[in-house]
Design a protein around this ligand. Structure first.
Ligand code: FES
Ligand SMILES: [Fe+2]
Length: 396
């Protein structure tokens, strides 16, 4: 984030702390429960959001070396993400051109080439078919005609983007909707990959995203976990195209700023947690340790199941800070603790909301004025699907 913007955000939060106010949306929005139960809507979402739209699929640090790869399933398709032997980020349908077997197993690793487990057809990191096992007996084949099917990708500002269907291209600046300079300033390209976990939930993928969309719930749901360190019901509100940024304040705010009279000297990273929604399915959290990237996906045709791919990257400065103090770093412990909060607090209530939506007990959920990000996410999704914005109950 640029320094001028940091100062502005700190002033907004400072005023919010002094007055007990937070950014307010224009009214209370009605979110139809059918948005979380409709099979028809899910089909449209799968097509538009998880097939036709470029997705943030990770950070540069996911593929640190030539030959680094990761395989994951997006919208029922296995995709191979790889840094090729010339250092370029590429993505391929992970489908063998012989008889369609998954070429590379799920997970991460490093390879100079990829050999299919069925009959050992072998592909380069650039997706070219370079060897056909027992080629003479298989029959004549022009190998150039059978590369892995390539998907459009782009790597910029330390972010990896991919459109999960062939054809077209990815314009990262267009996707970022005005956040380019800010993302560049975060120096995400220097992040160091720590670990990744997948959180399964019996809740619609949008309900999973929604749990990150406000801190009104911190003092209640997270009173013993997050509330002791982060102030509840206080956030900034800034929209960047389809994306969104909120900034939260740590409880230690007053203690830190009391000895620093000039707001321009306040330590932004010591005072705040930045939360980004990156359209259509990603939450990025940036704090003094580094960056969490959480990508929410539907699972198959189930309207009430989602997977959250949660990867964590730490900044080199933080790792150096820890090393200088001889402090051990436990990436798995930290992400497991964090995911326990997500799974057993946030997603537990999201699952209960899903059951309520399934039961038909109520027609709408309500998004309050103090939950402006929820208004934004849902209306951005609606815009993407050419649906009208949510109905608003006007405040008298
Ligand atoms: S399916 Fe891959 S080599 Fe036969
Ligand atoms: Fe939460």
């Amino acid at each position: 984030m640029l320094n001028s913007e940091k100062t502005r955000v700190l002033r907004v939060l400072s005023e919010g702390i002094a007055t007990g106010t937070t950014h307010l949306a224009d009214g209370i929005a009605l979110s139809p429960c059918a948005d979380f139960t409709s099979e028809e809507l899910l089909k449209q979402e799968q097509q538009v959001f998880f097939n036709d739209t470029p997705l943030l699929v990770g950070l540069t640090a996911d593929l640190p070396k030539n030959g680094s790869y990761k395989v994951e399933t997006i919208n029922e398709k296995s995709i191979l993400f790889v840094r090729d032997n010339e250092g370029e980020f590429r993505a391929f349908s992970n489908v063998c051109r012989h008889r369609g077997a998954q070429v590379v197993p799920d997970g991460r690793g490093e390879a100079e080439r990829f050999s299919c487990p069925f009959h050992a057809w072998t592909y380069s990191t650039q997706g070219n078919l370079i060897a056909v096992n027992r080629e003479r007996s298989f029959g004549p084949i022009c190998k150039e005609d059978y590369p892995l099917v390539e998907l459009p990708t782009a790597e910029k500002y330390g972010m990896l983007w991919c459109k999960p269907s062939p054809g077209g291209s990815v314009d990262v600046d267009d996707c970022l909707g005005g956040l380019s300079e800010e993302m560049e300033a975060w120096k995400l390209d220097r992040g160091i990959y720590q670990t990744e976990q997948i959180i399964e939930a019996d809740a619609n993928w949008k309900l999973a995203i929604d749990t990150f969309g406000e801190n009104y719930h911190f003092d209640v749901l997270h009173r013993d976990s997050l509330a002791p360190s982060i102030k509840g019901n206080l956030q900034t509100h800034d929209v960047y195209g389809m994306n969104y940024r909120m900034v939260f304040a740590y409880q230690s705010w007053e203690q830190i700023v009391e000895s620093i009279p000039n707001a321009e000297d306040w330590p932004f990273m010591g005072l705040t947690l930045c939360v980004y929604f990156i359209y259509p399915n990603t939450i990025m959290l940036l704090d003094f340790q580094g960056c969490d990237v959480l990508r929410m996906h539907p699972v198959g045709d189930a309207t009430d199941k989602s997977n959250t791919y949660h990867a964590w990257y730490r900044s080199p400065q933080f790792l150096m800070y820890m090393a200088e103090r001889g402090q051990e770093t436990h990436p798995t412990e930290r992400i497991t603790d964090f995911n326990s909060i997500i799974k057993y607090e946030d997603y537990r209530v999201a699952e209960s909301t899903q059951r309520s939506a399934n039961s038909g007990a109520v027609e709408h959920l309500l998004f309050g004025r103090n939950e402006p990000a929820l208004h934004h996410y849902h209306n951005a999704h609606r815009r993407g699907l050419h649906r009208p914005a949510m109905e608003i109950l006007q405040v008298a």
